[in-house]
Design a protein. Structure first.
Lengths: 195, 444
């Protein structure tokens, strides 16, 4: 699966050049549109994230079975389990160790950890857009350092009481009125297209 | 004239060949490469600074070679420490502005070796305001931090760049409010199996004892008879081979046959890191010569550090290994104050048989503590033979060591008090670090 992603990302980079020269002649190679690539990546991320939240944290955590204790510092608890946002970050960090063809992160206009607030103007614009337009994604292009990125922002929606309960009750939350089905943040995916 | 010119040429060629031979031999043959050392290294690397290839590979690689060398020794430690600033935090394009301030993807951005003029005690070569560049607006989230100086983040017992396992807010709250000392506290017990490689099976009966009949060996036999080795049917030939192929001085590789975790850990620490690089064993003299901040006894300057330096395999005296072995070499202020300190006085009770071994506080209790370690994917309680595990920053000592007997508040305060450390904790900390109280205040 990851190998396919890397292959697809490589193809995007090539496609961004428009044409791949081969053997002196000119051969046009049809690549994957960046939007299709990031949409596909998000589909996998969303599915995994929803399943972990519903099937593990909600079903086995304090909201139901109480067999596990989802906690930011889960390593220090005998029954500790990573929070859904941490699982997502661990995945992003694992990918970052394998490839630099794309990166992703979970951010919010109302982050518990301030490090997850929007940093770039495009992140701010994208997170605001998906919050104002439920059901829609945001796409754009931005230059960070000497690299231009195709940047996509997807809504991260509260899917279970585990999401709303934790965020609304956290001492560091800037907002305590999240409801299930509401946009709580966004997944930002970046694909380098030149640089 | 021709004769003089010819003589000059011959002399020139002789000098060039001689110099080339001298430097070439040092570069390619000799272990020590002193003439190629461009500057002293820090307390963490001087042991292997003459083994250039340990960090620089073959000398023709780029920064990635040095980075790989750093990780080959330190990656596991970073993982265990739950590194607060992993590389992946900086490879995300959204943090590219931070890379312009500090390229935290590479270890050498903060830890530049061979330049003692800019090296700080913690092995960091950056100016002490490095936290400020990314966290200057911290007071907006934490009003308690208003007005704190840029130099106080990592120097006051509150934060570390990598390892904050004993300093994060929830941990402070969880351990707040205990008495400064718990007299019933003790070290963790270690099962015999934790000392052995899991593939090792102890013999069910003692093999025939066969050894060269010398007076020395006869004397050794008496010692060995009361040892843990004898009690577990480990006879002479296990370490010395049989009588006809007698190995009079078994080395670390022999110990490693059964005690692989311990020898691996030993080679990760300051005592054994030279052996890990294929160099000769570390001696106190090397440290005395190499600008070490520690003092050592001249009488033991040439003691070679290996398993046998602390553990006599024929007596396996853990009381000796835990204190006497250390004090036979170390003579710095912290060490010389130990026996008169509260920890040392407690140890005297152990030595006198008035207290259980686990109730004592030895040098090893803090610097080679009995703690949970991962061996072959399994977590076991074992003596950590890598003394770096709890050395720097010293807050790494809080969880596996200090909290066994002391409150978190006392532990943080004591470890942040250099004068108290010098006297081996003979007294109370001079200052109170407010981090626990700040966490409690914020909760309210």
């Amino acid at each position: 699966m990851k190998a396919k992603m890397i292959l697809a990302a490589s193809t995007i980079a090539a496609a961004s050049l428009g044409v791949i020269s081969c053997g002196g002649g000119e051969q046009t190679t049809a690549g994957i549109e960046p939007r299709i690539f990031t949409d596909s990546l998000f589909a996998v991320m969303k599915s995994d994230r929803t399943n972990y939240t519903k099937l593990i944290v909600q079903r086995l955590g304090p909201n139901k079975g109480d067999f596990i204790k989802p906690d930011e510092h889960w390593e220090d608890n005998e029954m500790g389990a990573p929070l859904p946002a941490q699982m997502f970050r661990y995945g992003a960090e694992g990918v970052a160790e394998m490839t630099d063809e794309f990166t992703y992160s979970l951010q919010s206009l109302w982050p518990i950890n301030k490090q997850n607030a929007p940093k770039t103007p495009m992140e701010q614009e994208g997170l605001q857009y998906i919050a104002d337009n439920p059901g829609e994604n945001f796409y754009g292009s931005e230059t960070l350092g000497d690299t231009t990125y195709f940047t996509a922002v997807y809504a991260d929606v509260a899917v279970s009481p585990a999401c709303t309960g934790c965020h609304n009750g956290h001492k560091d939350t800037p907002r305590d009125d999240f409801e299930i089905g509401e946009v709580m943040g966004g997944v930002v995916i970046r694909v380098p297209v030149d640089g | 004239m021709k004769f003089i010119n010819a003589l000059k040429w011959k002399l020139w060629i002789f000098l060039v060949l001689g110099l080339s031979g001298y430097l070439g031999a040092q570069l390619f043959i000799q272990e020590e490469k002193a003439d190629f050392l461009i500057g002293q290294t820090s307390h963490g690397h001087f042991q292997i600074e003459m083994a250039c290839e340990s960090c620089h590979g073959n000398g023709f690689g780029g920064p990635e070679v040095i980075q790989e060398a750093c990780l080959s020794c330190h990656a596991e430690e970073l993982k265990i420490s739950q590194d607060s600033h992993p590389k992946t935090k900086f490879t995300d394009p959204r943090n590219v502005d931070r890379l312009e301030k500090i390229d935290a993807r590479m270890c050498v951005s903060c830890h530049v070796e061979h330049n003692p003029d800019i090296m700080h005690p913690m092995g960091v070569s950056l100016p002490t305001d490095f936290c400020f560049h990314c966290h200057q607006d911290i007071a907006e989230d934490r009003v308690s931090h208003e007005g704190m100086g840029f130099e106080t983040c990592a120097s006051s017992g509150c934060h570390n760049y990598h390892d904050n396992r004993a300093l994060y807010e929830d941990f402070l709250l969880q351990h707040a409010g205990n008495a400064w000392v718990d007299e019933s506290g003790k070290q963790l017990a270690v099962e015999l199996s934790a000392y052995l490689k899991d593939t090792v099976s102890l013999p069910t009966e003692m093999p025939p004892l066969s050894f060269p009949q010398t007076q020395k060996n006869q004397d050794t036999l008496g010692l060995w008879a009361d040892s843990a080795h004898a009690q577990n049917n480990i006879g002479c030939d296990t370490c010395h081979d049989d009588r006809d192929n007698w190995n009079d001085s078994p080395n670390m590789q022999v110990c490693e046959t059964c005690h692989s975790t311990q020898t691996t850990q030993f080679q990760q620490g300051k005592h054994g890191m030279r052996l890990a690089q294929g160099l000769t064993a570390m001696t106190p003299a090397m440290s005395m010569d190499a600008h070490s901040r520690l003092k050592f006894k001249a009488s033991h300057a040439d003691t070679e550090l290996s398993c046998n330096s602390c553990h006599n395999p024929h007596s396996v005296d853990r009381v000796y290994a835990a204190v006497d072995a250390c004090l036979s070499c170390h003579q710095d202020e912290h060490s010389t104050h130990y026996l008169d300190s509260p920890h040392g006085l407690k140890w005297e009770q152990v030595r006198a048989g008035e207290a259980d071994f686990l109730e004592g506080v030895s040098c090893a209790s803090c610097h080679m503590p009995r703690m949970e370690v991962e061996v072959m994917g399994q977590k076991v309680i074992s003596v950590q033979h890598n003394q770096n595990t709890t050395l720097r920053p010293n807050e790494k000592m809080i969880r596996p060591v200090c909290l066994n007997c002391h409150s978190l508040e006392f532990s943080i305060d004591a470890l942040a008090d250099p004068a108290l450390i010098k006297t081996n904790f003979s007294g109370q900390p001079a200052n109170t670090i407010p981090s626990v109280q700040m966490a409690l205040d914020r909760l309210q």
